[in-house]
Write a protein that binds this ligand. Structure first.
Ligand code: ADP
Length: 153
């Protein structure tokens, strides 16, 4: 059976930290679906189409990487696409506490889906999409935080 992982997030925008998690997960899975969760109550800085395009640009030559978006529960999306794993990145203890709760709730919702955590590369542990958005709003330089092919203007 194909091992399929979903890497869910808002990717507003995708950063070097996200890119690193996906690339390091590739040897573990047959397919990694980077999936943008669309939540009508959450406003984003960048439109869905733009966020999807960026992810496609970053992983264009990696056949194992797929890009998608979904509404509703992540566990339901995983079931729809036949994923057995949910991939998450951990930067610090705050992430850990937050992710622990989500993973435990998701396990209650669907115990067939296993959450797999990958520890952030220390080079990227301070990179946070919301700080990147603040820098963009204030016209600062963001290229060092973004994947090489991505320019946000
Ligand atoms: P969410 O809105 O779910 O927090 P994000 O797009 O911010 O979505 O993040 C998606 C996933 O990527 C989460 O598991 C998050 O912990 C992880 N992540 C975010 N930034 C980094 C980083 N710099 N290094 C490693 N993982 C990260």
């Amino acid at each position: 059976m194909e091992r399929i992982a979903v890497f869910p997030g808002s990717f507003d925008p995708i950063t070097k930290g996200h890119e690193d998690i996906v690339l390091r997960a590739l040897p573990l899975f047959d397919k990694v679906i980077v999936a943008i969760g669309v939540n009508s109550k959450k406003t984003t800085m960048f439109p869905l189409e733009r966020r999807l395009e960026w992810i496609k640009t970053v992983f264009g030559e990696h056949e194992k990487v797929h890009v998608d978006s979904y509404e509703g529960l992540t566990v339901d999306f995983c079931r729809t696409v036949g994923a057995q794993y949910m991939l998450r990145g951990l930067r610090n203890t705050l992430d850990f506490e937050y992710e622990k709760g989500i993973a435990q709730m998701n396990h209650e919702l669907n115990s067939d889906i296993e959450t797999v955590f990958m520890m952030c590369d220390p080079r990227y542990s301070a990179i946070n999409s919301s700080i990147v958005r603040d820098i963009i709003r204030n016209n600062g330089e963001t290229s060092q935080f973004l994947p090489d092919r991505i320019t946000v203007v």
